[in-house]
Design a protein around this ligand. Sequence first.
Ligand code: PLP
Length: 417
Amino acid sequence: MNTAEKLARYVLPTYSRFSVSPIRGEGTMLWDADGKRYLDFCSGLATCTLGHGDNALSRAIARQAGDLIHCCNLYQIDKQAELAECLVEECLGLQGRVFFSNSGAESNDGLVKLARRFGKERVGDGDESCHKIITFHQSFHGRTLGGIAATAQSKVKEGFDPLLPGFQHCPLNDLGSLASTIAPDTCAIMLEPIQGEGGIHLATPEFLRGVQDLCQQKDLLLLLDEVQCGLGRTGDMAGWRSIEPSLTPDAVSWAKGLGGGFPVGAFWVSDRLTSRDKPLFQLLGAGSHGSTFGGSPLACTAALAVLREVIDKNLPQRAIQHGQTIQTSVESWQHRAVTEIRGKGLLLGIGLRAAAFDAPENTPASIYLSTELAKAGLLAPPAGPDTVRLMPPLTVSEEEIQEALGIFKYTLDSICN
Ligand SMILES: *Cc1c(COP(=O)(O)O)cnc(C)c1O
């Protein structure tokens, strides 16, 4: 049996996989067992921040693995303390506390628990309920029971009810609809400043400011899911600042890019005071939340190596420049198969005109194009039926970008009708 056959035989069929089987990587490149080379503009779904085989990252992991892989949270973990300090002081510059998890969905579950505690505290001993969280159409917040309840896409919820109650969904960038959905039982608003899986849709600066105003007026938590857009990819360590620098969230979740491919997630909670004069982070006190693996010495060492390199080499600035190069090139094609290019930095989505593709029946344009791009040596993952994403490592070179754009243009020209 080859890899595809073994996966089909032994692994749950929850993913439809492309026929690409990488076994080795270096920088932006991946190779399969036959020596076929791919430019990786998927980066493990915006995860391999420093590309593949990065020396500083792999050496840090190897060294730490020899010293201490795991030590649970009953003890003081030096690397965890260092990583939390770096996230608070260097990445955000906003005072608060960090909790470490192992994935994006877990981090978001933590935000949901924070919001529930916040709502309980707001209403006090009365019997009113205040637990509802508003999220936005086409969002993606993960695959746990909390994550799918928060996600406003019916395909992730299908067949799993009864779902975790307490979520309401509004259209993104529609302040009127949001304002009219907020009720006395609303405790929080949660959003991705740039929606990733839903197709690279950006919240507008006006919308973000409006959300912040509503949260202040109605005493709601402003929760940002920066699992995909955070920590440098969009041009700022705080992803939302690449859209609206004045925003001050109450809590932020991370995962994907944080470990450069090593699984690690986190969320930050502000130390601002609640209406009952308690620092927000104290709503999750001793015994209220936990994770056996979260914040292990090995995971934190990996994340520290990633953040050091992202910050010290000013990779967010490079992401902005590379992103502009890509946007300008794609726009200059004026290709009939392309409706637009959206995004910030190196979190980009190319909108496709389905009618321009002779895709096989039941195959969305995005899947068809991603498949053909992979055959031509470029990995660019779909996001929804009519968007293909470009999200290379932040270390990508100008030459690699030109090569990828060449493959993209050539493939569009050869498969479009
Ligand atoms: C990927 C993603 C998640 C889920 O992260 P996992 O690590 O897969 O659990 C949550 N939110 C956003 C915005 C994501 O892009």
